[in-house]
Design a protein around this ligand. Structure first.
Ligand SMILES: NC(=O)C1=CN([C@@H]2O[C@H](COP(=O)(O)OP(=O)(O)OC[C@H]3O[C@@H](n4cnc5c(N)ncnc54)[C@H](O)[C@@H]3O)[C@@H](O)[C@H]2O)C=CC1
Ligand SMILES: O=C1[C@@H](O)[C@H](O)[C@@H](O)[C@H](O)[C@H]1O
Length: 358
């Protein structure tokens, strides 16, 4: 079977990481092209990743003729929509900002291109639902959403344990999600839509049930954020199966990246994210290191996610969170935003899955 020829749209923090992953760490795939609204960023990355192949990078004004042979280097395509349409690209990774996802996802569907779309699927529930419906109309699943925690070995082991029933029924999930710091432009709504959305997916996935109601409350914010930014945030999710999950999201924690999840079940509890790595006692100090960001903490999860996406795409399938999962998370976040401003519980308005996908 020939290698999957991949193009990456949006090569900032996450896209550059994924592009490098495809170019250097993923089997059965080859990075053909990258695109970014900031073309110089794409050019620098393409040059760096082409170096590994021992060939110069190219751009569309150069010698691209619609089909890149292996070892041709990584091409820069000015317009991300052109990258999606290109004949020599079999599948796309979207790591552009969430606000660009809807248009680019529709382009992927129009061109029949499988796509691994970073979270959030889109910026609101209505556009996410349109994406789900458009994919459903095609009759095959082309969209996988980048909820990478499902691929993290610790989360996967927790899921397996809970599903085994050894601890009885799971009652409650406690989550902590802390980033060292966030850009001043990272406003309160983004804490829900970009950060909390991971716990929304984790809760839906671990419980295998939809979230029906969300409450978001905020203490007096940390003094280290701009006026008006509500950080940290505490949320409670109520699920259709009667379970409850809570999460503290704090994106300007200052210390490091910390993601924890404790499941409380009828006959025991299980916790992940307590800090792996080497625990040392030296020089009057004891302890271990904390990862600086998600790229370090979840490196293995991203690697597994992308490898399994490539393998599944080559089989003509997806193997991970679907467009529906992206839509359901968007619907919860939308209710979460309403709750963030009212401080009261808000019911999640979710379309009837059977009717949409039936
Ligand atoms: N799964 C995860 O853990 C993470 C996921 N993400 C997601 O990845 C996506 C990108 O986030 P970051 O890399 O942190 O942002 P970023 O700001 O570092 O990178 C975004 C890049 O997209 C480019 N861009 C802007 N408009 C574009 C367009 N219309 N088409 C193509 N490129 C465009 C920008 O110039 C920039 O280089 C977001 O959806 C974000 O939520 C981000 C961090 C972690
Ligand atoms: O997805 C991510 C970022 O977009 C978000 O901004 C961070 O808070 C999350 O920890 C990270 O996983």
């Amino acid at each position: 079977m020939s290698d999957l020829r991949v193009g990456v749209a949006g090569v900032g923090v996450m896209g550059a990481d994924h592009a490098e992953r495809v170019a250097r760490k993923t089997s059965g795939a080859r990075l053909v092209a990258v695109s970014d609204a900031d073309q110089s960023r794409a050019e620098v990355l393409a040059a760096r990743l082409s170096e590994g192949l021992g060939v110069p990078s190219r751009n569309d004004a150069g010698r691209h003729s619609g089909g890149a042979a292996y070892g041709d280097g990584v091409r820069v395509v000015e317009d991300p929509l052109e990258l999606i349409a290109a004949d020599d690209i079999d599948a796309v990774i979207l790591a552009s900002p969430g606000s660009a996802h809807a248009e680019q996802l529709f382009a992927c569907l129009d061109h029949g291109k499988p796509v691994l779309c970073e979270k959030p699927l889109t910026m609101d529930a209505a556009s996410s639902l349109r994406v789900v419906e458009a994919e459903h109309k095609l009759g095959r699943q082309l969209i996988q959403v980048g909820f990478m925690r499902r691929f993290d070995p610790e989360y996967a082991a927790l899921k397996q344990l809970l599903d085994s029933g050894d601890l009885g029924r799971t009652l409650v999930l406690h989550n902590v999600h802390r980033n060292k710091s966030a850009a001043p432009s990272f406003r309160s709504e983004m804490i829900v839509r970009d950060s909390m959305v991971h716990e929304v997916d984790v809760a839906r996935w671990l419980f295998g049930a939809e979230i029906t109601r969300i409450t978001v409350r905020t203490p007096k914010p940390t003094s280290l954020v701009a006026e008006g930014v509500l950080d940290p945030q505490l949320a409670v999710f109520e699920l259709a199966n009667g379970a409850i999950a809570d999460v503290e999201v704090f994106v300007n924690f200052q210390v490091g990246y910390e993601v924890r999840c404790e499941a409380v079940a009828e006959r025991g509890s299980a916790t992940i994210g307590l800090g792996s790595g080497v625990f040392t006692r030296a020089g009057e100090h004891w302890g271990g290191a904390m990862p600086a960001d998600f790229r370090i903490r979840f490196e293995q999860a991203y690697d597994i996610e992308v490898q399994r996406w490539v393998d599944a795409t080559r089989r003509g399938e997806i193997d991970g969170p679907s467009a529906w999962d992206g839509y359901a998370a968007a619907a919860v976040c939308e209710a979460g935003l309403e709750s963030l401003s009212s401080g009261t519980p808000v019911d999640v308005a979710l379309a009837d899955r059977g009717k949409v996908l039936g």
